[in-house]
Design a protein around this ligand. Structure first.
Ligand SMILES: Cc1cc2nc3c(=O)[nH]c(=O)nc-3n(C[C@H](O)[C@H](O)[C@H](O)COP(=O)(O)OP(=O)(O)OC[C@H]3O[C@@H](n4cnc5c(N)ncnc54)[C@H](O)[C@@H]3O)c2cc1C
Length: 431
């Protein structure tokens, strides 16, 4: 087929959508063109296969307005992309492709089969039907421009030529799926700035704490307290999971974009109704002392266990507070209780994210958004260069937000590539 050539680097969700929407836009405009996906792995969509525990939580049955609140401080950049291709459209689109969906009570959307493999298969099949060419096992290691043409360098190959390029190489997290940060280097080669990357939606380790002895325990909800990068005190409420090496669960994952190794976070184990305020240590002491007074003949540990937290966790906290739980409740005074009350309302942890890219769900940081047009996903620096997906400085909360960002930015990049190149040059019409 004659016409322009469109190169999509990376065959993950954003790349597959970019390819599909480039091909659809060409067909819509009755234009000729070649769309090629360059994927370093033997097959596309390896990260999709691990999403949602292999079930692929591909979006949410939610309004755009609600969605937008879940992408941190850079969420505004996504506004146009998500309005153009909202979750409802994602659902319709997959159903039109022949993938029945399941909407869970928590609004998470999955393929009805709960098989991520089907999502990959249906996308690859749709691309093939639209004439997209797959060049798998081809890792793009360099990119440059020669006049208005892009030259892509691939290992052991002559440079490949393209009239427009979409970098859809993902971030740096879960590198075994193929995302090792290549896209940042490619973007830099064309003059783009990379906002420093770090793991997000990540569990943290707590090297100086023995909380891992309570591994497997989850508490819902706790209040997480920390100071963010702007110096603002943050109070976040949600479920926490204790792991063998530290802390995980939604409240940790969704706030981890703000964490760095060496930071301190405090956990209030006592469920709160007011998110902005954990109880003070004194209030906690009063609560325990009141209970002790009422159940004076009981052992202190019996009284403490009535706080409603998991028994193993309370035993651990009492040990940490050096409290002898066998003492009679009536004999216990404020001084004895103080260290336990302190841990219950603000248990301090020094956290580490060392090695977290290996298991982080997404990458925070990436291609500087000020250099990308949010209305098209086109580079503001290099005409004909586009970005989509996690390579951008965007990361969402857990629960379908990240794949939605990949679909929306991929669709927008694909459509815009054709529109931009169409106005740039004369096309060869199909008929
Ligand atoms: C364990 C896990 C579970 C997740 N679960 C969910 C979930 O249920 N719902 C949700 O919304 N999000 C989930 N996510 C996040 C989501 O998978 C990602 O945000 C999304 O895959 C990003 O899409 P992408 O296309 O930008 O990048 P990727 O999916 O990382 O795809 C990038 C592709 O580019 C290829 N590539 C990289 N460099 C090159 C190169 N130089 N040349 C050629 N090809 C290259 C890679 O091999 C890869 O195939 C999960 C992530 C993980 C790790």
């Amino acid at each position: 087929m004659n016409g322009l050539s469109y190169a999509i680097i990376g065959g993950g969700p954003s790349g597959l959508f970019a390819a599909l929407f480039t091909a659809l836009a060409l067909r819509e405009a009755e234009l000729a063109g070649t769309v090629t996906v360059y994927e370093r792995n033997r097959s596309c969509g390896r990260k999709i296969l691990v999403t949602g525990g292999g079930q692929c939580n591909l979006t949410r049955d939610d309004s755009v307005e609600h969605m937008m609140a879940h992408y941190g401080k850079n969420g505004r950049f996504l506004s146009h992309a998500i309005h153009s291709f909202p979750p409802k459209r994602t659902m319709e689109f997959f159903e039109e492709l022949g993938l029945p969906l399941l909407i869970r009570d928590d609004d998470k959307v999955f393929p009805a089969s709960l098989k991520a493999t089907e999502v990959v298969q249906i996308l690859v099949q749709a691309c093939l039907q639209m004439g997209v060419v797959f060049s798998n096992e081809r890792r793009i290691t360099g990119i440059s421009r020669e006049n208005s043409t892009f030259l892509l360098v691939s290992e052991h190959e002559n440079p490949l030529r393209a009239d427009a390029v979409a970098i859809c190489t993902g971030g740096k997290s879960f590198p075994k799926t193929g995302s090792t940060g290549d896209g940042y280097r490619l973007a830099q080669q064309l003059g783009h700035t990379i906002v420093p990357v770090h793991p997000a939606l990540s569990a943290v380790t707590t090297p100086s704490s023995s909380i891992g002895t309570c591994s497997g325990i989850s508490v819902d909800p706790v209040t997480l307290m920390y100071t963010d990068k702007m110096g603002k005190r943050v109070y976040a409420t949600g479920p926490i999971l204790i792991t063998h090496s530290g802390l995980s669960g939604p409240v940790v994952l969704n706030n981890s974009r703000d964490f760095a190794t060496g930071d301190r976070i405090d956990v209030c184990w006592i469920p709160q109704t007011d998110r902005k305020k954990a109880p003070t240590r004194q209030e906690m002491e009063n609560l325990i002392l009141d209970a002790c007074a009422k159940q004076g003949s009981a052992q202190l540990s019996t009284v403490v266990h009535k706080l409603g937290l998991p028994s193993k966790l309370l035993t651990y906290l009492m040990q940490e507070a050096a409290i002898d739980g066998t003492r009679k409740a009536a004999e216990v005074g404020r001084k004895t209780i103080a260290p336990l009350a302190s841990l219950l309302v603000a248990h301090p942890f020094e956290i580490s994210l060392e090695g977290a890219f290996g298991q982080a769900i997404v990458t925070a940081g990436g291609v500087d958004l000020t250099q990308v047009d949010p209305k098209t996903m086109q580079s503001r620096l290099v005409e004909g260069l586009f970005f989509a997906g996690e390579v951008l400085d965007i990361d969402g909360d857990t629960g379908g937000y990240n794949l939605q960002a990949a679909w929306s930015t991929g669709a927008l990049a694909g459509t815009s590539m054709v529109a931009a190149t169409h106005t740039r040059r004369a096309f060869t019409p199909l008929r």
